[in-house]
Design a binder for this molecule. Structure first.
Ligand code: ZN
Length: 229
């Protein structure tokens, strides 16, 4: 993952400069067959834009960050219970050029194999970014209402009536339930890679002296071992 700062300084949402305390992450799928996240990022950086997400991702390593994570983005509209814009970090996933929208969230697939490959790759990137953000803000991806899609936000009454991301994922056998599990697993995998600090207690020419110190350390309750160098 490579976060590229591409702040959407021309977007009125950036200029409004309101802050939030992030309580979760709402994920989106852009709704047009444009695979290049850089194109989408540039589209957001315009003075007449009426929406803005925190970041845009595609199939590659690049995460185009458009707003500081604690800015209030304009990504989900609102519902009877208010707006998720006030508490959720948001990102858009791009969509493959191999689909065509017919009406609303319905689409036809011009190249199922390529579409599948694209969607699965983007899914993997979304897992990475969501895991990163959950760590950054100490969020539990499996807790209720923390990691949600735009469509789930609508069901919760805090977002406009959109079908993303499920309108793309459903056909590829992907789900938000699986996504939350995969993000949690990615966070655990990251834990295993944490740096470990090892303390050295001595260096001896004689193995016997080394053994003696190990015995003393063990007797004192430390875990100790000998390594030949
Ligand atoms: Zn959306």
């Amino acid at each position: 993952m490579n976060i590229i700062q591409q702040t959407a300084t021309k977007n009125p949402c950036y200029q409004a400069g309101r802050r939030i305390t992030p309580k979760g992450i709402m994920i989106h799928s852009i709704g047009v067959p444009q695979p290049d996240p850089k194109v989408i990022a540039n589209n957001f950086n315009q003075g007449n834009a009426d929406s803005c997400v925190h970041a845009v991702i595609g199939t590659g390593e690049e995460v185009y960050q458009l707003l500081p994570w604690d800015y209030r983005a304009w990504h989900c509209g609102s519902g009877p219970k208010g707006s998720g814009n006030g508490t959720y970090i948001s990102f858009e996933m791009t969509e493959p050029s191999t689909i065509r929208y017919t009406n609303g969230a319905n689409w036809v697939d011009l190249d199922p194999e390529a579409t599948r490959r694209f969607v699965l790759q983007t899914y993997g990137r979304a897992v990475e970014l969501a895991a990163y953000l959950c760590k950054l803000y100490g969020l539990d991806p499996e807790a209720k209402g923390v990691l949600i899609s735009h469509a789930e936000g609508h069901q919760m009454g805090i977002a406009s009536n959109h079908a993303d991301v499920e309108h793309i994922w459903d056909r590829e056998g992907l789900s938000m339930a699986q996504f939350r599990k995969d993000v949690a697993a990615a966070m655990r995998a990251g834990e295993d890679e944490k740096i470990r600090y090892i303390v050295q207690a001595g260096a001896f020419a004689s193995e016997e002296n080394a053994r003696r110190l190990v015995e003393q350390l063990k007797a004192a309750g430390f875990s100790a071992y000998i390594r030949e160098v």
